[in-house]
Design a protein around this ligand. Structure first.
Ligand code: BES
Ligand code: ZN
Length: 612
């Protein structure tokens, strides 16, 4: 069954007829049953005068009743049940009462199921402290519908309020401002408010044994008690990054910017939940070398959360712009060469993605067609790095940062609080630069937006910081192991963590190194001892590519100890490609499933060819 939303092929909702304009969630968090139970109260406005139906997105929700909140009058509703197997879920059809000129709030009583794809329920043993249960949500792109019945399309944005009832010994957080907490009878009622209109995918919650440390006037970091001090040390520069982002995009309108460090199973690097970025503990390296993820999520406060893609076909407007802004922050804090260095690394990962997906895969288009496609299947670095490369190219054509930075700011100003598509972007770009005719005449929009494979133009990056990495990697590749070893333990001493990562990334692009070279590298550089997750990830992959027995067990442990898909998926794919490792990989995956979030099980299952 095809989705019906005219703006969004992945949603059943009908906002052009009847639109949800504000949301109130009233939910009890039941750890025993692994359910959220309660109600979604939705203020509805008719967009078409005769609108008689409200369509909401749901996936696996148990709906028990629908009424008009104002008078308690029951409303007719119907939940189709035959489409459970699709990621799009099931439309909930509510028959609206006749228009009476009065406000209309539709209250849906429901509960989630334990299998909700948006929620990760953790037993105490699966947390750092091992004492209390934990639950967290992840809704992007279309999982909100398995947490609450809403118009789950980024074309619809609404403010929201929420009331979560949780066990009194736990702390509840959401992607909004904390409004209060009242305790009674062993339970705590926690209230939240997000006054800025947001798409459903930005509704987020986490409940667990949580503590916070202040980082600055607007920023705190939250995590389990055993992690919070290390986290506060790592993210000390958060406020500075926020200020750098404001210098490009204008004031931060969300009030609070907090970080929540999730348990290791969190499948992403970070997610941009408003007021409360979620972040993986794998960025805590001890030396603040991986905090780009924070710059990225901060950037979403403008690109993504303020200016939002209208559908997931225009996801690059969220992620490409955010990569661009992330690297602008980097440039401001660490200089333009740092921006080039990061951008060059991004281009390399784009190349890897296009190589693994295939240059003719339609999902490698910057703006792909998604009708009947699960956005989790479409997800890749393409919208990030092809999107970034496109903006980089446009910036060059426009005349560089002095011209393009003001454009970026004007773009945010123009589209703030709106949901837009690629055509809106193009139109505004051309209008903005209309005083300089011909600037973008040679831009091949069709190739950039709608053609699979690598972009039509390769950007030029300055190699000031990557130079040492290229020199050293070239020497390792050229070394004839029958001859004297020309390397020394000091080779890496002058390199930053970022440069070690780049070195390994370059070696990974080459044909597999012989085990003999890797053994020598280990002997001289002791890369096994590096705890930095980005280094470890690439070092293990070099070993797997070489079929180095010694790295097999550590790789299986690495994909078990944390669940970040950026790391877990490529390693599982590498293991799959190595025939001898394949059964062990599959057994490890099966054993570890209870510790993984839905989206990770779903995608790794496909990577291991266990499902279609
Ligand atoms: N919004 C994304 C994460 C996301 C996108 C989750 C689509 C599910 C569906 C987030 O901002 C992100 O891009 N995270 C990256 C961080 C990185 C690029 C610095 C990640 O998780 O790796
Ligand atoms: Zn992002």
């Amino acid at each position: 069954m095809a989705a019906t939303c005219p703006d969004d092929p992945c949603s059943f909702s009908n906002p052009h007829e009847a639109a949800v304009t504000s949301v109130h969630l009233r939910l009890t968090v039941d750890f025993e049953a692994r359910r959220l139970r309660g109600a979604a109260e939705l203020r509805v406005e008719r967009r078409a005068p005769a609108a008689a139906v409200l369509l909401l997105d749901t996936r696996g929700l148990e709906v028990t009743g629908v009424c008009r909140l104002e008078d308690g009058a029951p409303l007719q509703w119907k939940l189709e049940s035959e489409h459970e197997h699709t990621a799009y879920g099931t439309p909930l059809r509510v028959t609206l009462p006749p228009e009476d000129g009065q406000p209309l709030t539709v209250a849906v009583e429901y509960s989630t199921r334990p299998e909700s794809t948006a929620l990760a329920w953790l037993e105490p043993e699966q947390t750092a402290g091992r004492r209390r249960p934990y639950v967290y949500s992840h809704c992007e792109a279309i999982h909100c519908r398995s947490m609450a019945p809403l118009q789950d399309t980024p074309a619809v944005k609404t403010p929201y309020t929420a009331e979560l009832t949780v066990p009194a010994e736990l702390t509840a957080l959401m992607s909004g401002l904390r409004e209060g907490r009242e305790e009674a009878d062993g339970a705590a009622r926690c209230r939240f408010r997000q006054p800025v209109p947001v798409p459903a995918y930005l509704i987020a919650l986490a409940v667990g044994d949580l503590e916070s440390r202040p980082l600055g006037p607007r920023c705190s970091v939250w995590s389990e008690p055993g992690v919070v001090d290390r986290a506060a040390h790592e993210f000390v520069d958060t406020e500075k990054m926020l200020e750098a982002a404001e210098a490009f995009c204008g004031p931060y309108i969300w009030g609070v910017y907090d970080l929540l460090v999730l348990p290791p199973s969190f499948p992403f690097g970070g997610t941009e939940n408003p007021c409360l970025t979620f972040i993986t503990p794998t960025v805590i390296a001890g030396d603040r070398s991986l905090v780009d993820v924070v710059a990225h999520e901060i950037s979403h406060s403008w690109t993504g959360n303020l200016v939002t893609n209208r559908s997931w076909e225009h996801f690059w407007l969220n992620e490409g712009f955010t990569m661009f802004l992330e690297r602008k922050i980097l440039s401001r804090l660490h200089g333009e060469p740092a921006r080039h260095f990061s951008a060059a690394g991004g281009w390399k990962s784009l190349r890897e993605t296009i190589r693994t997906r295939g240059a003719d895969d339609p999902l490698t288009c910057l703006s792909p067609k998604l009708a009947d496609v699960d956005p989790d299947d479409a997800f890749s670095t393409v919208p990030y790095e092809k999107g970034h490369a496109f903006l980089w190219y446009l910036e060059q054509l426009a005349g560089g940062p002095t011209v393009f930075d003001p454009f970026l700011r004007a773009y945010v100003e123009k589209f703030r609080l709106k949901s837009i598509d690629s055509a809106d972007f193009r139109k505004f770009l051309e209008e903005y630069f209309a005083p300089t005719p011909g600037l973008f005449d040679k831009v091949d929009w069709e190739a950039w937006l709608h053609t699979p494979g690598m972009p039509p133009v390769e950007p030029q990056f300055d190699s000031q910081l990557a130079g040492v990495c290229s020199d050293l990697s070239a020497r390792w590749l050229a070394w004839n192991t029958d001859e004297l070893c020309p390397f020394s333990a000091d080779d890496l001493t002058p390199l930053t963590s970022g440069q070690v990562i780049e070195l390994l990334a370059q070696l990974l692009e080459a044909p597999p190194l012989p085990v003999k070279k890797l053994e020598k590298m280990q002997e001289l550089y002791d890369l096994d001892a590096r705890a930095n997750s980005e280094i470890r990830f690439r070092w293990l992959r070099l070993g797997l590519a070489a079929r180095w027995e010694r790295q097999l067990q550590p790789s299986l442990e690495f994909v078990t100890a944390q669940g970040r898909m950026k790391f877990v998926r490529p390693i599982y794919r590498d293991l799959y490609a190595w025939e001898e490792a394949r059964p062990k990989a599959i057994a490890t995956f099966e054993r570890n499933k209870p510790n993984m979030m839905h989206v990770a099980i779903y995608t790794v299952g496909k990577d291991l060819h266990l499902s279609e």
